[in-house]
Design a protein around this ligand. Sequence first.
Ligand code: SAM
Length: 293
Amino acid sequence: MKQLEVATPKRTKDIIAKYGFSFKKSLGQNFLIDQNILHKIVAAADLNGSKGALEIGPGIGALTQHLADTAAQVTAIEIDDRLIPILQDIFAESENVHIEHGDVLKLNLAQLIERQFADCTGVSVVANLPYYVTTPIVMKLLEEKLPLENIVIMIQKEVAERMAASPGSKAYGSLSVAVQFYCIPELVCTVPHTVFIPQPNVDSAVIKLRLREAPPVDIEDEAHFFRTVQASFAQRRKTMANNLTAWLGKEQREQSLAILEECQIDASRRGETLTIAEYAVLSRALIKAGLGV
Ligand code: SAM
């Protein structure tokens, strides 16, 4: 028998009442009640009957249900112990849904993926993320180099715009560089705050991050590359010359200026105008000079 849709205002309210559930703002609990948005999220993930979906924060299962209808296997990680029996009840008949109780930031995701998706031809993360931990979650997914095809997530609109921003724009920052180093971002749609219970204070967006097979630029040392990026954005109003001096020390100023010139980066430019390729060239030149290593 086909399950009743979780993501309608009435059904969500019924489930909440049935189990006496109360929302915890501190866990970013805003449940989706819009079928259209759910269809858009699932469609963007390019799932099929042989793929796996890793969901972070299933809540009462609005998205989980759609993933279970589309993917071969679904594993949903939920931190709130009060939601575990509810999810187990709702998905009691769904053989391809596994509920994992835990904090996504603490779990060994590589092991979890290997265990849960051994028979799948590819795995994607699909989630309506808790907004208070969006960046740490996305950075964990990327830095741990998990075997993922796509990350399709609903997040705060401004954060999605920062992830997809181009050099020279106001939204471009170290998050844009980090995300675009590992992925090709694509904004899928914006989402008004009215499609959630309870309604958040901000609007949201769905973003698709397609994982690159290899970085788009040639770098020598990933950690140094990201140190260079962080240092260049440390003070947005400062020039590259000043941010590099603040990072490497006053005594290295002349050498930093020479390196910027050698890399054909005007020392008066700001970090927010440099492309990923320019950061890669700069990091390689600094390493060659033994700076910031
Ligand atoms: N997927 C559901 C939906 O779309 O209706 C709920 C999304 S709600 C925005 C975020 C969910 O993430 C909540 O269920 C919350 O309890 C859970 N959550 C918050 N922090 C978490 C963490 N560190 N690890 C796993 N789940 C978390």
